[in-house]
Design a protein around this ligand. Structure first.
Ligand SMILES: Nc1nc2c(ncn2[C@@H]2O[C@H](COP(=O)(O)OP(=O)(O)O)[C@@H](O)[C@H]2O)c(=O)[nH]1
Ligand SMILES: [Mg+2]
Length: 304
C-alpha cells in the first residue's frame, strides 16, 4: 500500500491507472489508498463541464487539454458521460483525437460508466479527483451530461462549472430554467458557427436579469467553436476570473460540505444493499407497518 501510494505521488501512470480501476470497481483497497493519499491533495482545481449530449463538451475538453498543456499544466479528465467518445460510444474520429493525448504522460483520462451505480457516481467522482490531485494533476476536468439530477450533483462538486449550450436548440433554455442556471459559473455557447448564438445569448442574459446569485457573480457568456479551437482561451480566462474572486478556503469548505453529504449517502446505501425495499413497500402500502418504524429499524443497524 505504501509503495503504491508512493508511486502515485511520484506520478507513475501505471500505478495511477490501477488505482483508478480500483476506485471504479470499488475495491476495498481503494479506500485505504485514498486515506494515504489525501494529505497530499488540495492543489488541483476541479472544473466541471456539463451540457446536453452532442453540445460539444468532449471537443471542448480536448481543446482545454491542449491549452492547459501549453501552459505546462498536468491535466486529469474524468468523463461521466455515457455518450463520451472516451468510452468508445462516439464516432471514430473523436476516439482517435482523444488518443492523441494518450502518449502524453501529463494527461490522464478516465471515463466512468454511468450504469450500475446507485447514486454513487458523485462519491466516485470525488474519489477520482482526490486520486488525480494526489498524482499531481493541476487541473481536473469533469465532463458530465447535464440532464439528470446525479449529473447536477457532480457538477456541484467542482470548483467551477462550465455549462455548454448550443444555438438553435429550444430545449436549452428549458434546461437553463430547470436548474442548470444555478450551477453555471460560466456559460459557453458552443457551435457559435451555427445560427442562433445571438438569440441564445439574449435569452441567457434575460434569465440572468431576473435573479441574482447569492455570491453576486454574474456568469459570463463566452462563445466558442470548439472544433476550430475558437473561444477556448476566453472560456478558460472566464473560469479563472471566477476562481480568482472570493475566498478559496470558503469555496473549499462549501465543496467539502457537499462532498461529505454525497459520501455519507453513498456509504449508507452500500451498507443497506441487502435491504428489501420491495417487501417493506408492500407492508407500508397495505398498512401492515408504518414507514417511520421501518426506517427506525434500518437506522438502528448503523450503530452495530
Ligand atoms: N459545427 C460545430 N460542431 C461542433 C462544435 N463542437 C463540437 N462539434 C461537433 O459536435 C459533435 C458532438 O461533439 P462532442 O464533443 O462529442 O459532444 P458531447 O456529447 O457534448 O461531448 C461532434 O461531431 C463534434 O465534432 C462546434 O463548435 N461547431
Ligand atoms: Mg462527450
Amino acid at each position: 500500500m505504501a509503495d503504491w501510494s508512493q508511486e502515485i505521488l511520484g506520478g507513475n501512470p501505471r500505478a495511477l491507472a490501477r488505482a483508478a480501476t480500483a476506485i471504479e470497481n470499488r475495491q476495498a483497497s481503494a479506500e485505504s489508498l485514498l486515506k494515504e493519499l489525501f494529505p497530499h491533495t488540495g492543489r488541483a482545481t476541479v472544473l466541471g463541464i456539463t451540457g446536453s449530449p452532442g453540445a460539444g463538451k468532449s471537443t471542448l475538453v480536448d481543446r482545454l487539454i491542449h491549452e492547459l498543456r501549453r501552459e505546462g499544466k498536468q491535466v486529469g479528465v474524468i468523463a461521466v458521460d455515457p455518450t463520451s467518445p472516451y468510452t468508445g460510444g462516439a464516432i471514430l474520429g473523436d476516439r482517435i483525437r482523444m488518443l492523441s493525448h494518450h502518449a502524453d504522460s501529463g494527461v490522464f483520462i478516465r471515463s466512468m460508466a454511468t450504469r450500475g451505480w446507485l447514486g454513487g457516481l458523485a462519491a466516485a467522482t470525488t474519489d477520482m479527483t482526490v486520486l488525480l490531485d494526489a498524482a499531481g494533476k493541476d487541473v481536473v476536468l469533469v465532463e458530465t451530461v447535464g440532464v439528470g439530477q446525479d449529473e447536477v450533483e457532480i457538477a456541484k462538486l467542482a470548483d467551477a462549472t462550465m455549462v455548454v449550450l448550443v444555438p438553435g436548440m429550444g430545449d436549452d433554455v428549458q434546461a437553463i430554467k430547470a436548474g442548470i442556471m444555478e450551477i453555471a459559473d460560466v456559460f459557453v455557447i458552443n457551435k457559435s458557427d451555427q445560427p442562433g448564438a445571438d438569440r441564445l445569448e439574449r435569452e441567457i442574459k434575460a434569465i440572468q436579469s431576473l435573479s441574482t446569485r447569492k455570491d453576486g457573480w454574474v456568469p459570463p457568456v463566452v462563445r466558442s467553436v470548439a472544433t476550430e479551437g475558437q473561444g477556448i482561451a476566453e472560456a478558460l480566462s472566464a473560469v479563472r476570473s471566477f476562481l480568482a474572486r472570493g475566498d478559496g478556503k470558503d469555496r473549499a469548505v462549501a465543496n467539502w460540505n457537499q462532498r461529505l453529504h454525497e459520501m455519507l449517502r453513498e456509504r449508507m446505501l452500500e451498507r443497506f444493499t441487502d435491504l428489501n425495499f420491495q417487501a417493506a413497500a408492500e407492508d407500508v402500502a397495505a398498512r401492515r407497518k408504518d414507514p417511520y418504524t421501518i426506517i427506525d429499524g434500518w437506522l438502528e443497524r448503523i450503530s452495530h
